[in-house]
Design a binder for this molecule. Sequence first.
Ligand SMILES: [Zn+2]
Length: 279
Amino acid sequence: MDSRRVLVVGIDGVRLDLLPLLDTPHLDELAKTGFLAPVEIDDATPTMSGPCWATVVTGVSVAKHGVWGNRFDGHRLDLFPDFTTRLAAEHRLKTFAVGGWEPMFLARQGGPLFAAPSRLSYLAAAADTTEAWEECDEQVTAEAVRILGSGELLHASFVYLGAVDETGHLLGCGPAYHRAVETADRRLGRILTAVRDRACADTEEWTVIVVTDHGHRDEGGHGGRSPQERTAWIAAAGPGIAPGTTPENLRHADVAATVYRALGITPDPHWTLDGTPFA
Ligand SMILES: [Zn+2]
């Protein structure tokens, strides 16, 4: 039995420059056992969730996947599928995606980004408020803990947390935003504990990647080219990732490339991936 597994946790809209000021022990632990490093969003990519997440999970640039905003209409995800869909369809692997942002998971606003993972859970936010998004992320975390903790065979999974971004939009990057980042880190910790406590843990080797899509202006909001908006980050640890060696020139497209490599899959040249695995 192949023992390789991958978990990608996407936390929307987390400013890199604020992390050192905040209490985020689980991100700190990943940085220590692997790395946490900046991603510069390239000039061709709007600093928005739709395009950035599409690049993260497909491994190709906006010019290919065609997700240019937070409506996904006109996308070419059929040609450039997300890794959960490709792995399930072409490699017969078990994949899982969970979260609460509609176009990622549902056929709404031009979605879904995750077309056909083996298992998909969508948990709606009841309103566009910080409280509703915290509740949504709480349910997403509980679902991720339930599924990942069950021992079910899952080769590659994606968990999406959206409350930090919503808080930035509504309240700016002040104390409430800081608390939202710290809460997201605690949810990450619960998810990682569920993975670590799997009954089959001693027969599995997990690669964990945590990634944000973009930053925020101080007053909240993004989409422009300021350093605060265009600086994202990736943290990762697992087999083949040496602790303390920080990769340079990281790109969002490197995440999908790393997922494939972590599972021992050589990308077909026809996939035309734009990322390279981080080592
Ligand atoms: Zn946003």
